[in-house]
Write a protein that binds this ligand. Sequence first.
Ligand SMILES: [Zn+2]
Length: 258
Amino acid sequence: MKVYTSQWDSLVILDDILYREWISSNLKSKVLQLIVPRNYINTVLEEAHDSPSSGYFGVNKTLQKVRKRFYWASYKKDIENWCRSCSKCITRKGPSDKCHSIQKTRTTPLHPQSDGQVERQNRTIIDYLAKYISDNQKDWDRWIALYLLAYRSSVHATTGTSPAEMYTGSDLRLPLDLMRGRLPEVENPYTRENYVHKLKNDIDKIHDFTRTHIKITSQRSKKYYDRTARHINFTNNQKVWFFNTRRLKGRTPKLQSN
Ligand SMILES: [Zn+2]
């Protein structure tokens, strides 16, 4: 409750629904975040992380998806806990993303670590498919379109913007938007008269933001690489994750989720 009173000025009631007004970082425009009642928090988290349009992506992508639409006092902590304790993510990648990149210099089968852009994208697709396809792996092609929806609607770590926003100036509509429901009239809507001008203006803002973001992230990732490119030393009796691919006839280990 305290958190909400401290934000009194950004809270609004529109059509009997409580929202928080938030200025999104890349468009610098107002977003109406629906205040989520406690009972619905898990439903939002499930849709924003576990659903096929969200792809079991990491903390940051999940966070960005949520905060463009929803708000509640402990949302950052709740999203972190949700993703870090998610069994699908843990069995697939090990306990956190960091463990993934530490061994950058060594290559193991089924883990393309050289991290070229293509390998990286392939890994993202394979990670996605492994979590959704059926046990017999024959339906993998049915999931590609949903993977693309998840990918294009998620904020990219380097650009800080979703691919959809980069290309079209606005986000894709997701099941999460249906959960938030129909929004009240916005202040500065697209009209027939202003459409071209407003679209150009929105896309310019997004691209400006993206250029700045890329500069910052490339400096940061150099620092991060310098700090973490080293061997890890295991100690006796330390618990480690064992990457165990069961070879099953007719299935590719790449797409197995365990
Ligand atoms: Zn997960």
